[in-house]
Ligand binder design. Structure first.
Ligand code: ADE
Length: 233
């Protein structure tokens, strides 16, 4: 998979060198390019923003550097997906992460200020798939942190990034429920014991206990995930 990121803060993405993602990059499983939007400006001040038409507070990112940056990164690739993190986007979910993990080329456009002139999205929609994605109902200072979150959620689903792919199957959200609580040694710690069923060796009883824990936790913390019909098996 190829991932390109366009941002005015390329240094933000140095964290892509560490941990499993760094390993995936070095191993050639994921190829990442980070591009400075200001390299696509032509004035002395490397200006990327301006005041909003119609008035209002804050600044909007001008379309010209974005157009040039996207021309450069997309080149002739019409099979890419442009991802624009924005609090006005579709909520990002594990299901979307799974869809994106099957793609060959993702391009992230990280806006700052009050966002990017909307013609950039309109123009890009004429040549590639575009997804405006929101991390949640809160406002960050820009798209960088959201892009990092999406990149991490997607990259770990790309075959070869996680050593033991079975560990992906029982995670929160993979079956529409939150994950059951996990325990390891010692069996007793500070007066707290691991639930005895987990030490029983009875696999059916353990599976039933875990399922019940998933349901109880989901009902308590995220009842909306269950819907009117309850979980889908
Ligand atoms: N940019 C600013 N806030 C954001 C959010 N909540 N999700 C995605 N991108 C953002």
């Amino acid at each position: 998979m190829r991932i390109d990121v366009i941002t005015i803060f390329p240094e933000f993405f140095s964290v892509l060198d560490v941990s499993l993602l760094g390993k995936a990059r070095r191993g050639g499983v994921i190829d990442v390019g980070v591009h400075d939007l200001r390299d696509f400006t032509h004035d002395r001040h490397r200006t990327v923003d301006d005041t909003p038409y119609g008035g209002g507070a804050g600044m909007v990112m001008r379309p010209e550097p974005w157009g040039e940056a996207l021309d450069s990164v997309l080149a002739d690739d019409d099979d890419a997906t442009l991802i624009v993190p924005t609090p006005a986007g579709t909520p990002f979910t594990q299901a979307i992460a799974r869809e994106l993990a099957a793609e060959k080329h993702l391009v992230f456009a990280c806006g700052r200020y009050e966002g990017i002139d909307h013609r950039v999205v309109d123009h890009a929609s004429g040549r590639v798939r575009v997804r405006e994605l929101s991390l949640g109902d809160y406002v960050l200072n820009g798209g960088e942190v959201a892009a990092m979150a999406v990149i991490e959620a997607v990259a770990r689903l790309v075959p070869g990034v996680i050593g033991n792919p079975a560990s992906l199957d029982e995670e929160s959200h993979e079956d529409g429920l939150l994950e059951y609580p996990s325990y390891t040694k010692p069996a007793s710690w500070r007066g707290l014991d691991v639930p005895p069923v987990l030490l029983s060796g009875n696999h059916a009883a353990i599976a039933a206990w875990r399922r019940e824990q998933q349901l109880e936790r989901t009902r308590r913390v995220r009842p909306e995930l269950l819907g009117p019909e309850g979980p889908v098996d």
